[in-house]
Design a protein around this ligand. Sequence first.
Ligand SMILES: [Zn+2]
Length: 695
Amino acid sequence: MADAPEEPKISKRAAEKEAKKAAAKAAKAAGKANAAASKPTGPPEPTDPFKQGWLKGVYGEKPVKDVHTRFPPEPNGYLHIGHAKAITVNFGFAKSYGGACNLRFDDTNPSKEEERYFTSIKEMVSWLGFEPAKITHSSDDFDKLYELAEELTRRRKAYVCHCTPAEVKKGRGQLPGGEFGPRSACEHWSRSVDENLAEFKAMREGKYKPGEALLRMKQYLATKPEEYEIGEEDSVEVKKEKEKLKALADNPALWDCAAYRVTKNSHHHRTGDKWRIYPTYEFTHCIVDALEDISHSLCTVEFETLRPAYNWLLEELDMKERGSDEKGPMQREYGRLNVEGTILSKRRIAMLVEGTALGAPATTDVADDMDEMTLAEEGETEPEAPSEAAKTVTNGTGRKIPPAVRGWDDPRLFTLVALRRRGVPPGALKKFVLDLGVTKANANTMTHILDASIRTYLERTVPRLMLVLDPIKVTITNLPDDYVEEREVPFDPKDKEKGTHKVPFTKTIYIDRDDFREEDDPDFFRLAPGKSVGLLNVEHPIRCTSFKKDSASGKVSEIKAEYGADVPAGKARIHWIGHSAAHNSPVRAEARIFNPLFRTLKPNELDWKNGGYHDDLNPDSLVVYKDAMIETGFHHIREHAPWPKEEGEARGTADKSSVRFQGLRSAFFALDADSTDDKIILNRVVSLKEDTGKK
Ligand SMILES: [Zn+2]
């Protein structure tokens, strides 16, 4: 019918206009219908990662109104990238279900706690964009914990044991070769309640030195195989009960673990000299979860074998119903984030930061041996023996190994303070964690996967500038001395919202040394004698007519070139910075380029006992360009940080590292903490493309 002769003829443009109008009308109507349809269920949240998959399942197991989680770091070190997952999971889960998350300092180990760790942990949580409902300390509950330990003793579920660490191990069936033999309870197991209470009090009052007394939980160490051996005449129910008992009796986490110990250094950061005995992680963690009304106690998978012990203690103290998660906290475990290609172990990072001396006398610390019975803290790559550095005793060469990095926040490390200093945006880290997924399985990844994720994140979220790392002066001979052309340049050609700025194009410009070759090559498309190249954001190309070299260094010191419509077009466009005193251009900067700290991709497999790791350090892990130059648009970017705006630093948590930009054809950069008003120092966040190691 469209081609019916009586149809009035309309122009193509008018027809398009009509069609657009009709489409808009239809869209509006559809929108209204959608809004009406979705009203009862509220706004759709298809992208909330906490309402999908494993996390959704965890909520489904305990769908309470008041979701309450906690992030419980030990304040004895700096957090690393693995903790970014723990923070994101705990805070994000609570936030997503309208609940609250506490930041709890698990400060039960007085000898290892320092103020700087508390401060840094608080800062990192807030930098990642989370606000704790409360900041608590396990030490807040020391009185209550002590009372509960006494109560447990009164209930015949704890005893004071004076066995040596070796005897404790032997009783637990732990043979020297890591094998397990038969288990047995020690002579202290059968003490009376009164004797136990008196001895526990004596521990508190300082009668015992570290290693001389332990309060142990009376779990399943004394359970004999005949109690759970299934007999032919056993009924189905009895068999089931026996199977349950066998599982508990076979779990090392239930072999009468320590609840309280006497510590070597008893002065506590918060409670001073009040206590000589301190509760263990196993005793403290679940009780404090219950005292803080935690509904979902989320931790990493290595704690899964500890879950029966977690429940056992709460059940024995009537803080949880037997065999049910309905009342009291419910522990669930997600896979940890493992990043290969870097070192995350606190003790190893300490060796990198502080250096280490080989051949120093071994420190055999009974209290440390006792701590070995507890697990490594959350977030460590692997459970490890304490004071690895102190125990690195070999042939007694007395070799001193110097520090490999400048500090805990050295951008070559993967502590959170280091990643922040390097310029990694908090939103990129959270996205990285969630993109890898939160499930029961460990998320194993590599540093270059993280870099790729950061790169994608920064691509459209930060502005772009021209930056020259290693400048060569170019004099454009056919321009007048006072020539100034202000070129209007967008901060992001694909995002008008970021705006534009002006850069001066003048007779003297600077280009990157990499973009010039003294001898031309048919495969080289940038500047060379007699060859043209285009300039980004400038109308015409330049052609090199001659160059000069510095006699001392042998390096090219100046290029002479001509510019204009007559110059033949080049095959590429390069970045540049114009010299203009009136514009205070260029802006001078020091640029620090970070490369992997080690040559191997698997630094955890290096020799950390005898210092062999030091021989594998990458000599080019830090490359400094002292005379880098940035265009004047940098001032605008510095004033308008943080970049990115969305999912970036909130007000108050933005420091210098939030000044981020993409150096065109170069890399992503961020302002370093050492920068001052007079001296700009930039850190490379990531390269623009993955560095394959090939030139
Ligand atoms: Zn004993």
